[in-house]
Ligand binder design. Sequence first.
Ligand SMILES: NC(=O)c1ccc[n+]([C@@H]2O[C@H](COP(=O)([O-])OP(=O)(O)OC[C@H]3O[C@@H](n4cnc5c(N)ncnc54)[C@H](OP(=O)(O)O)[C@@H]3O)[C@@H](O)[C@H]2O)c1
Length: 339
Amino acid sequence: MSRSSFAATIGQFGGPSQLAVGALPRPQARAGEIVVEVEAASVNPIDVRRRAGYGRRLMSLLGAARLPLVLGNDFVGKVAAVGRGVSGLREGDAVFGAIPPSSRGTHATHVALKAVHAALRPPAIEAATLAALPYNYLTVMRAFEGAGITPRNAAGREVLVHGATGGLGRIAVALLQQMGARITASGGRRSAGPGQLFDQRSPPLAALAPHFAATLNFASWDDEPALLRLLAEDAIGHATTVHPMLGLLDSAGVVRGGLAALRAKRRMAALAPPGARYAWSVFRPDPAALSALAGSAATLLPALVETFRLDQVAEAHRHVERRDPGRAILLPQEHIDLN
Ligand SMILES: NC(=O)c1ccc[n+]([C@@H]2O[C@H](COP(=O)([O-])OP(=O)(O)OC[C@H]3O[C@@H](n4cnc5c(N)ncnc54)[C@H](OP(=O)(O)O)[C@@H]3O)[C@@H](O)[C@H]2O)c1
């Protein structure tokens, strides 16, 4: 059996042409870790931005900006090795999950990860479709938590999802539907598409009355004040994933950037009605949420994915940059043409 592995790496930050596929030593499973043979891994907007250097300051502090860098958080695959102290997973198990930002991400044939970041894969779902879910789902759960949205308080309430056609937005809409919320979708150049059960209006934000129990911003920081003004007086809250925190740390450094971020957050929070929550949400792996996803994945699958071999990784990044329809999914076990 070959002991090498292949990964999409970047040697320096920049455009898609910085991406190359190269052989790396096969990662080893240390204590508490497993090695996964990656069958499918999604390319998310954050990968494209990290490739260009975005978030470098914080990522460096987290040890996640070391070059050559392998991007990618989600994975669907098979356990290839198990480290000491891991219980509940065995070699050959079909797994899926998402890892924290790292320099050795999932855009590779093999990745080592903490076993707690993997769960048994739900049956009868194609790897490429399932790979579109973990990173986005876990981020949406963070946004719900940040905004204070729960199945109990969302039922029958009005919720606005800004950026509803995207990876996060589609999942948020599906979950909110399951909670019985009344959803308004906004933002985006595309309609929500056939088969969506929610209100397909895509009204300009300025045309809406301030009657929402919660608003979620997955689209544009520029729209943050407009969204906050749409909250009802007794609103639950608002969360955004498109906040400027990483950008401010990049441009002004950890201390000055951190203070600027704090000020920007306070300014926005002041626009929310008293009592409403206001959150800047950040992806974080969560074993409990991942196991909930294993049970509900079949109800959240994207309508469309676009698959790419590992050696087509630059094209996958361009697909994401153009905001073309369909989540970009890498299939690292497909034949690679290195010439
Ligand atoms: N903070 C975190 O940890 C975290 C984690 C995950 C994602 N994110 C960020 O959250 C955002 C959403 O992620 P995603 O994966 O859902 O991205 P996505 O799939 O690209 O979807 C973005 C959505 O926002 C819409 N949109 C984008 N720019 C817009 C603009 N200027 N005005 C109005 N609508 C706009 C898009 O519409 P169309 O494409 O249909 O036009 C789409 O509906 C991204 O910016 C991503 O980087 C942050």
